[in-house]
Design a protein around this ligand. Structure first.
Ligand code: FAD
Length: 306
């Protein structure tokens, strides 16, 4: 089933659902931990599961977490839960991307989250593959073309049916000169063929709802899936703002600083995310996405707490 149909169904029934993300296993690891993480949440009926995509690092030119296509298909087969592989531009030519899309099509997958990816470790700024895309917009166009049977060097009758999602940034993307320009670029991705948006994590429902209002004012009408992250360790106070260009509310920071160990931080994170999810549900948003990064016990606690 396409994500857009899952979202429309949630909107129609007025029942907010949740999604979460998993990382493909490190090279050499098996599927055990991932399947276990899904088993924890499967009884709570997640709307779908995202699987991240990891580029190679610039120093070794090696990928530590390959296998997004394979693990996505394996999850869908085993659990019967719709799975959304992420696909990035970073480090890949358009031909590499086309190959991955053909694999996904053959595997019967219907969804892709189209992203640019970040700069490779060791690089000062994002630089596209010489035969690749500089922005997610180009990737969206490539997937939309493929859905019409247009491959890079030929036209075919064998058309894919991918529902395309893209990323949006309530607090602005780190490289963007202004919120308005960021919004204009987001609109470009939608005009290129994206059917829904997933937001970067934010710890502030006010900022999230303001972003949605600004998107609607800018003429973006597609559904917006909101991403939240349950804080889990004290180190997140430094890591999350610097890695994802997000701010942390003073109240949350002060609660975390009072904690004596990470078990207590985790509990603060659960309580904050529960409060956010409750507010987003009240605001009538169809889907709340959890940046679980592979750990699902706290997601279970949050969703059951609602
Ligand atoms: P883009 O949409 O290309 O935007 C990047 C920057 O360029 C922005 O500043 C934007 O304003 C600007 N821009 C966009 N289009 C244009 C244009 N046409 N002309 C000029 N400027 C433009 N990273 C991974 O490596 N793997 C993942 O699995 C992954 N999953 C993610 C999931 C979500 C929900 C989110 C929010 C992020 C994810 N990321 C992932 C991180 C993402 O790759 C980075 O945030 C990256 O820096 C930007 O990706 P993007 O798709 O938003 O890029």
């Amino acid at each position: 089933m396409k994500v857009i149909d899952i979202i429309r169904e949630a909107e129609r029934t007025g029942k907010t659902r949740f999604t979460f993300e998993l990382l493909p296993p490190l090279k050499g690891d098996g599927t055990g931990a991932i399947f276990e993480a899904i088993e924890t949440l499967a009884p709570l009926d997640p709307a779908y599961i995202n699987v991240t995509f990891h580029r190679e690092d610039a120093t070794h030119r090696r990928r530590q977490r390959p296998g997004t296509v394979g693990i996505s298909a394996a999850i869908e087969r085993r659990f019967g839960i719709e799975t959304v592989p992420h696909l990035i531009c970073g480090g890949l030519s358009k031909y590499d991307i086309e190959d991955a899309l053909i694999d996904l099509h053959f595997l019967g997958m219907h969804n892709v989250l189209a992203l640019r990816g970040d700069r490779a470790r060791g690089e000062a700024r994002f630089s596209p593959h010489p035969e690749g895309h500089a922005h997610a917009e180009g990737l969206v166009r490539q997937i939309a073309d493929m859905n019409r049977g247009q491959l890079l060097d030929r036209v075919t009758d064998c058309q894919s049916t991918f529902c395309i999602g893209v990323a949006g940034y309530p607090e602005g993307h780190a490289e963007s000169p202004s919120p308005d320009e960021d919004m204009a670029n987001l609109k470009r991705k939608v005009e290129a063929g994206a059917e829904y948006i997933v937001t970067q994590m934010s710890f502030d429902n006010g900022a999230i709802l303001d972003f949605i209002a600004r998107a609607r004012n800018a003429g973006i009408e597609v559904p917006i899936v909101v991403g939240i992250k349950p804080l889990a360790t004290a180190a997140h106070l430094e890591i999350l703002p610097s890695t994802f260009a997000v701010s942390l509310p003073d109240e949350l920071v002060s609660e975390v600083r009072k904690c004596r160990d990470n078990a207590s931080v985790r509990q603060v994170g659960v309580e904050w995310a529960t409060m956010q999810a409750r507010g987003l549900r009240k605001a009538g948003l169809p889907i709340v996405h959890f940046y679980s990064m592979g750990r699902t016990d706290n997601i279970r606690q949050i969703w059951e707490g609602l």
